[in-house]
Design a protein around this ligand. Structure first.
Ligand code: APR
Length: 404
């Protein structure tokens, strides 16, 4: 037996134990700490990893309002950039949607998520907030009682146990919270049948818009991250590894699908990161199981086409913080009781729009007739034509594209 395996488990406590230091966990912990609630964040990665992990970057107006409400948007306003245009490129030509002038006239803020996470973490720690890095949550116990606990593996490998009044599962789709759900939990899982090769390019954006290119060879996407960094996507054969193609071949394919010959060359540069993303989505119902609450990717995951993930995470974190503060500071359980239904209404709305956009952008293999049936190809062209010509359809698009 090693020394760590036979030593007694450490036992610590907090009113609220938050699992995960991503957008959901950090917004939640920041709001709880500001309200004087005793909480701790348990994060299995290092601080450096959490602060440098490149993820999403498109923040909707509601997210900005929430961050503004709590004084957490300084970095965003200083370094973020507004974004309000999509450009669709198809065999029938290209068209632009200035979604910032459609619907409710709202735009995205483009601000790399690692910058937002760094802002949140710095603020939380500077104000005395507790985070335990290199601390992996293994399981949540007794969630169906008022005294749940979390078993962890400490940085030195020793087992420990955290006693809590509430546990917030903000540890993503594969975290301990999801693994600890009771049998009654329902998980809706859907596979859109599409895979992306996600690329982070060290080169300035090539368009002043979010680029959505539909091509017989597959979808290609362009999303600015900063003035020097651009994210590209290629619809990719499922099962083929990310490093299957050399950089030159990838850039040539991006040029082809984005019709660079017609609309201008893409600004090439090194690929800093590559990753494979299967466009699947899932929703857990309900989001509350006794003293255990789910938020962020632990609650639901939507396909990345409409960049909803981090925005739902921030919304859910604020709603959960309000409920926990009401319950712990005032004994008022009403907000906690309605947390799950309130969040699920937003989640399903985001799932519906993201599913619509995913089906619009991709020829999905048709089980019976090969790559895509002529029927579904005709439906997609008609949907795009409606989006190109109908103001009412464009207003609907804009409202859902920047809505959460
Ligand atoms: N124990 C402790 N920490 C864990 C564990 C575990 N068992 N499992 C995962 N984590 C940590 C991860 O290291 C990560 O820092 O939980 C955190 C989860 O953060 P995110 O994956 O960013 O999830 P969330 O906060 O829900 O944000 C959701 O933000 O990342 C973007 O667009 C992405 O949709 C996603 C959104």
């Amino acid at each position: 037996m090693t020394e760590s395996q036979n030593s007694p488990s450490l036992c610590e406590a907090a009113d609220v134990v938050v699992l995960g230091a991503g957008p959901a966990g950090l917004v939640l912990a920041t709001l709880l700490h500001a309200a004087g609630i005793d909480c701790v964040v348990l994060e299995r990665a290092s601080r450096a990893h959490v602060q440098t992990r490149a993820r999403a970057g498109f923040l909707v107006p509601n997210t900005v309002r929430i961050l503004d409400r709590h004084g957490l948007a300084d970095g965003l306003h200083r370094h973020g950039r507004r974004h309000g245009t999509c450009e669709f490129r198809t065999a029938d030509g290209r068209f632009r949607l200035d979604y910032g002038t459609l619907g409710h006239g709202e735009q995205h803020h483009v601000y790399p998520q690692q910058n937002l996470v760094t802002d949140l973490l710095t603020r939380y720690l500077d104000r005395g907030g507790r985070v335990r890095f290199h601390t992996e949550a293994l399981a949540v116990h007794d969630a169906d009682t008022p005294r749940p606990s979390v078993t962890t593996r400490e940085p030195d490998g020793r087992p420990a146990r955290w006693a809590a009044r509430y546990v917030a599962g903000c540890d993503g789709r594969h975290g301990a919270a999801r693994r600890s759900l009771p049998p009654g939990a329902v998980r809706h899982l859907h596979d859109h049948g599409v895979t992306w090769l996600g690329l982070l390019a060290g080169t300035p954006p090539s368009l002043d818009a979010v680029g959505y290119a539909l091509h017989d060879r597959g979808f290609a996407g362009h999303m600015a991250r900063t003035a020097e960094i651009t994210r590209y996507y290629l619809q990719w054969p499922r099962g083929v590894p990310a490093d299957a193609w050399p950089e030159l071949r990838i850039w040539d394919e991006l040029d082809l699908r984005m019709r660079a010959a017609e609309y201008g060359p893409l600004r090439r540069g090194p690929f800093l990161e590559r990753g494979i993303v299967d466009l699947t989505c899932d929703v857990v119902e309900p989001l509350r199981h006794g003293s255990l609450f789910l938020a962020g990717d632990a609650a639901s995951l939507s396909a990345p086409a409409a960049a909803k993930g981090a925005n739902l995470a921030v919304l859910e974190a604020e709603l959960l913080a309000q409920g926990l503060v009401d319950a712990l500071a005032r004994g008022d359980m009403r907000a906690l009781d309605r947390y799950s239904d309130q969040c699920l209404a937003h989640i399903w709305r985001a799932q519906e729009f993201t599913g619509w956009l995913t089906r619009l952008l991709h020829a999905v293999p048709d089980r019976d007739e090969g790559p895509e049936s002529p029927f579904h190809a005709a439906l997609r062209r008609s949907r795009l034509d409606s989006l190109r010509t109908s103001r009412v359809h464009q207003d609907w698009f804009a409202e859902n594209y920047v809505g959460v």
